[in-house]
Design a protein around this ligand. Structure first.
Ligand SMILES: Cc1cc2nc3c(=O)[nH]c(=O)nc-3n(C[C@H](O)[C@H](O)[C@H](O)COP(=O)(O)OP(=O)(O)OC[C@H]3O[C@@H](n4cnc5c(N)ncnc54)[C@H](O)[C@@H]3O)c2cc1C
Length: 374
């Protein structure tokens, strides 16, 4: 952890945090920025799983696409055009099919993530956040593998893990501001509340109350490697209808061709509401892996050659994700910057048309940059 004081610390290098630093640089904001990210690289829920034993393997194990409610406008349009021109994204017109509770192929269900335009990261989803990060100025430092569990202040400054200070703080995830931190981090109070007492910043009090009302619905994503095989054209996404989702506990399957004829498949498993704590999680990961493997053959009944290969597929483990749900309400935009406490928020959980999806994450980063730079 670097020991230099900075103007801004951003916790999280997902789409929203990376869009924020890119937009600040674009606006000529000259402050120094330190990004602290728990993961091994940028991307967050739009990240890509790589493997040490197979350097060419790339699996988009969270979001397979950037979904929008409608065509982007304003600064978001500029951003998407710039990414498209540089070959970092392309329109995602890869086939999406539906699957009903009999295992029959049907039209895809009506879902906010499928309704509007979509783009794909090239060559992988992680490329989007990686590019945004590299668009940040040379004033941006990044520290990966740094999971923040507590927040503290020294006077008006935020104290970073190594003891350095930041004048401003941005959270791009909700954990440090949400009551689920009590169980997940074993805390007695929400870390952000611990750092800033009630009534110090009335906007922050409202923001924390709003965040407490957000639900993060859990996804258990099982990643599989299929050996090299000749396959007919396959869909990119297989979305289960609502009844099929209920029956199989699966939202969708995402398929991704790999080098040398191999195939990566991600099963997006739904949660059953079990309590997740640092103690229960290892066992829950095993239970989910077994459950998802057991339903897969039935789900692949319409693709017999793939179905026959399930017993040869190799599990790459389960990843647990928290996903905001596109149909919920988010935290009002007016609370994105709490100027007295000097703390801001970005992420797909900020209210707006792109709530719970990539659109909302990118938009929130652009919006927050306007507020910080003004
Ligand atoms: C399984 C799944 C499928 C999805 N499918 C789609 C889809 O089809 N289309 C679509 O548009 N969207 C989809 N989404 C949603 C999309 O991935 C998100 O909207 C978007 O990636 C959110 O970006 P973000 O920056 O808001 O949050 P995140 O990507 O979650 O970024 C937050 C970052 O902060 C880091 N972080 C959080 N807390 C801490 C901490 N305490 N210390 C250090 N680092 C921390 C995290 O590691 C993470 O990298 C999907 C999401 C999931 C999980």
């Amino acid at each position: 952890m670097p020991g230099k004081d900075v103007d801004l610390v951003v916790i999280g290098a997902g789409l929203s945090g990376c869009a924020l630093v890119a937009a600040l640089s674009n606006k000529g904001w000259r402050g120094t920025i330190q990004i602290l990210e728990a993961g091994r690289g940028p991307g967050g829920r739009c990240a890509t799983r790589r493997r040490r034993d197979a350097p060419l393997w790339r699996l988009d194990h969270g979001s397979p696409t950037l979904s929008f409610q409608s065509e982007p406008q304003g600064h978001l349009l500029d951003l998407m055009q710039s990414l498209e021109q540089r070959g970092v994204i392309r329109v995602d017109d890869d086939p999406v099919v539906g699957l009903d509770h009999h295992g029959a192929v049907v039209a895809p269900p009506d879902h906010p993530l499928l309704r509007g335009p979509r783009w794909r990261g090239i060559p992988t989803m992680a490329s989007v956040a990686e590019t945004l990060l590299s668009d940040g100025s040379d004033q941006v430092g990044v520290c990966f593998g740094e999971r923040i569990q507590t927040l503290s202040r020294d006077g008006e400054s935020w104290v970073l893990p190594g003891g350095a200070c930041a004048s401003n703080l941005v959270l791009s995830g909700t954990l440090l501001a949400h009551p689920r931190s009590l169980a997940m981090l074993g805390r007695s109070d929400v870390p952000l509340r611990d750092a800033v007492p009630e009534r110090h910043d009335l906007l922050l009090d409202q923001a924390l109350a709003s965040i407490a009302g957000l639900n993060a619905s859990i996804r258990w994503n099982l990643m599989l490697e299929f050996p090299a095989m000749d396959l007919d054209p396959l869909p990119r996404q297989i979305w289960l209808t609502p009844r099929a989702q209920q029956q199989f506990g699966v939202e969708r399957l995402v398929l991704q061709r790999q080098q040398q004829g191999r195939l990566g498949l991600v099963i997006h498993g739904l949660d059953d509401g079990s309590l997740i704590t640092p103690e229960t999680q290892p066992q829950l990961l095993i239970i989910q892996e077994q459950r998802l493997l057991s339903v897969l053959p039935e789900l692949l009944g319409s693709w017999p050659s793939l179905q026959r290969m399930v017993s040869n597929a190799h599990s790459l483990g389960v990843m647990r994700w928290g996903a905001a749900q596109p149909l919920e309400q988010g935290m009002p935009k007016a609370l994105q910057w709490c100027s007295k406490a000097r703390v801001g928020f970005c992420g797909d959980w900020i209210a707006g048309p792109g709530f719970g999806m990539a659109e909302g994450a990118l938009q929130s980063g652009l919006d927050l940059a306007e507020l910080i730079a003004s």
